[in-house]
Write a protein that binds this ligand. Structure first.
Ligand code: TYM
Length: 344
């Protein structure tokens, strides 16, 4: 069966959005809107798998929404909403809790990292998190999912869940006239030179919201001075930049800064090295500061302007949720028939 192509992706409203979220995901969301129907979700249900201060959760939900809009996603042509406004996500996630196997979830590296040594004290939601993620995508029968590299394993699990549902219920799917398979196997879109942006302090660690040092990341709301300071202080090595990509392999910090430059300039890394090969880091960092300020400055300013208009932000979310729910409700109706739930 062929499915209508549809893009879905989500971002958690936890802490500040950073350059990794932007280059790995949000900037690419905007780029897909000319060729696909897109649904972009602020995943507040995912956020509460670890404790969130309620006022901060609401603030961050509006901030992520503002980032989506500031990055150029058109909320009239596409859909922007927050997950908790569409109850079908949680409803389908329950069905998937009963499709996915414990063994599959036990292999998820993100749960191991987040739960750490105190596994017994992690929430059940944190363990079942990837099932909700599969439900997010599949409640819209999403076919393409732009994400950073760190979400690859979760996407593979979403495909396994879709496949197992299709297999387990294949007779019922056919009997109800849905053809051979009900869910598409969603494809991850992980592309570009910045699918895994690393910490500015340590090239072996991912840039992340939870890293204690603010110098490890560039936040989307950082002003020009903060951006400049963080890039100038970024860890590097004493060698000049290489002229070819192979020369970056043993140099994670250099590789990271070149990847960031390439992604911001929308050119391949090879082109950046053709220009800066042989240059000292001081020269390269100055050029990177200028580029980052030009690209990120207006974005941060627009985000700040939008968060001062919560009435507008909330109206975008409400309108998006109602359009999303129309699609999701249709899927749930079919899922209920397929599973054998009596409907009103
Ligand atoms: P989250 O909120 O942690 O991150 C949002 C997006 O940013 C990407 N990202 C990065 N990309 C490159 N370098 C980095 N250092 C970096 N850090 C984060 C993430 O890969 C992600 O694309 N589970 C998801 C949210 C989610 C979702 C979904 C995504 C929930 N349901 C359905 C896709 C489809 C998450 O925690 O992303």
């Amino acid at each position: 069966m062929t499915f209508k192509e549809r893009v879905f992706s989500g971002v958690q409203p936890t802490g500040n959005l950073h350059l990794g979220n932007y280059l790995g995901a949000i900037a690419r969301f905007a780029a897909l809107q000319d060729n696909y129907d897109c649904i972009y979700c602020v995943v507040d249900l995912h956020a509460i798998t670890v404790w969130q201060d309620p006022a901060e959760l609401a603030r961050a939900t509006r901030e992520v929404t503002a980032a989506f809009i500031a990055c150029g996603i058109d909320p009239k042509k596409h859909i922007i909403f927050n997950q908790s406004q569409v109850a079908e996500h949680a409803e389908l996630a329950w069905v998937f809790n009963c499709v996915a196997r414990m063994g599959w979830l036990n292999r998820m590296t993100q749960f191991k990292e987040k739960a750490g040594k105190d596994r017994e004290n992690a929430s059940v939601g944190l363990f079942a998190y990837p099932n909700l993620m599969a439900a997010d995508i599949l409640v819209y029968r999403g076919t393409h999912v732009p994400v950073g590299e760190d979400q690859k394993q979760h996407l593979e699990l979403s495909r396994d869940i879709a496949q197992k549902f299709n297999n387990d219920f294949s007779a019922s799917i056919k009997a109800h006239g849905f053809g051979e398979t009900f869910f598409p196997l969603p494809e991850p879109l992980i592309a570009g030179p910045a699918t895994r942006v690393m910490s500015l302090r340590d090239g072996s660690k991912k840039m992340s919201k939870s890293e204690p040092s603010d110098y490890s990341r560039i936040n989307l709301t950082d002003d020009a001075d903060a951006i400049a300071q963080k890039i100038r202080k970024a860890k590097t090595d004493p060698e000049p930049l290489p002229s070819e990509e192979k020369g970056l392999e043993p140099r994670p910090e250099a590789d990271n800064l070149v990847g960031i430059y390439a992604a911001l300039a929308a050119v391949p890394k090879a082109q950046v090295l053709a220009e800066f090969g042989g240059a000292q880091f001081s020269t390269f960092k100055s050029a990177l500061v200028d580029l980052a300020v030009v690209k990120l400055g207006p974005l941060g300013a627009e985000m700040k302007r939008l968060v001062h208009d919560p009435v507008y932000i909330d109206s975008v979310l409400a309108d998006g949720a109602s359009r999303a729910q129309t699609i999701a409700a249709d899927t749930m109706k079919a899922v209920k028939d397929i599973v054998g739930f009596i409907r009103r």
